[in-house]
Design a protein around this ligand. Sequence first.
Ligand code: BES
Ligand code: ZN
Ligand code: ZN
Length: 506
Amino acid sequence: MRVELKTQLTSDTPDTLIVPCPKDTPLPAEWASSLSAAGLSSALISEDFSAELKEVYTFFLTLNGTHKKICLVGLGDDPGLPQAQAALRSFVFRQRAKLPAKAALYLLHLGEGPSFPMRLMEGALNGILLGRYQIGSMKTEEKTPAPFFEENASLDILLPESLYKQASAISDRTRHIAETQLEIFDLVNKPSNLITPQALAAWAVESGAARNYHVRVLDKPALEAQGFHALLAVNRGSVDPAVFIVMDYQPAGQQALGTICLVGKGVTFDTGGLSIKPSSNMHYMKSDMGGAAAVMGAVEVAAKLNLPIRVIGLIPSTDNSVDAHSLKPNEIISSYSGKTIEIIDTDAEGRLILADGLSYAVRNYQADVLIDMATLTGSTIRTLGYAAGGLFCNNTHLTESLMRAGEAAGERLWPLPIWDDYKDGIKSDIADVKNLSSKPTAGAIYAAKFLEVFIDKHPSWAHLDIAGVAVADSEFASQKSATAYGVRLMVEFFEDWIAKKTEKAN
Ligand code: BES
Ligand code: ZN
Ligand code: ZN
């Protein structure tokens, strides 16, 4: 989609104006005479429209001598990026059959200078771009035409002239982020027969080639040679061989301010293995690579935005399948670190492949920050529901920055403890550690304690359990679908981290 910034309503302005309205914001003063000519007024409209979040009110007005369809979209009280994004995404999605190929986002009523709500603009644009997502890309039936969803559709953003330059940078950045988020939607929503470990690797290779960062894929022989024993153990029942994807973005022509290493759980389908899952919700386990997708998206956006940090994305990927060769509960396996693991439950497979990913990270890179993202436990969902990802972190500064980034991105995190009180739960009689605690409580915490065994005391590590947020019920699909949770969260975190580094240096 073409996005252009404009500073005035002219005869070229598209006929459909999308007007985001924070609560109690008056309609644009320059509409007053047109409104009264149409027998309308702000007061009359406010009888029917109170700008609640996602509320929509449509009317027609003659502005500058041309007929305009005005779509007021409510943003509720004190809207920031998440609210603007949610409201505009919902609007575009619901209006898809009615929106023409050209529309304008009208922001001339939101103030000038530093009081102009840039974050609101960013959220609104992000929402409009995500609203165009079509989950039914694999349907062969004729679709209802949606001109605004076509490749050649265009959006004009009308905003005060004084903000043109700043807004133009933010518009570019938002489009980069949104385009990657749309890719992540597809990776997570598409089925496991299409999104295999090889397909994830191919996506990474293509992204690296397009965005000029380095990607290496370790195939099964390489994994065997280098001792990824835990990843290979999970892969034993699979038809598709496991891969380990290394994505490495380094800023060109400038010294990196630091290194952030991300590890993502790339289980392309989780049957549970021999500790097989009940069938009722098993189909959702195509999204068990949501952590991998978030990491891949975060590295891609870092590269697109030329951020002055090195970002390494590590993806252990396999499915978890049932077969005569499958890993069995009771087995003791080794791992990349050399530590032995007693398998109690083959459905606790995510922590096994992450163990190798984390060990690889600490052995091969000196990262300032180490973060893993994984759809790791149902326990996190029972604890936090669908409102936030679980945050397990051994560093208070990192906890704080991640929580702040999550709040700003509308992708929340909430901290849970990793005290050594929980250490007993993963003690094994016969191996260094076991993959499941025998206690019925605090499953998400034991999983985090398990991962901690493999970080070699890294002083700044965070584990994000995103089982409840990688996919969500929404108005956009009849079943749970991808949220791209983690992409914007990481971008906001990177930028915050860079700002702090730069501050310290000055
Ligand atoms: N992929 C699942 C976790 C999960 C559950 C993600 C629900 C999204 C929604 C993970 O591999 C798993 O099976 N976890 C088990 C662990 C248990 C065997 C200790 C769980 O949470 O039930
Ligand atoms: Zn599992
Ligand atoms: Zn899993």
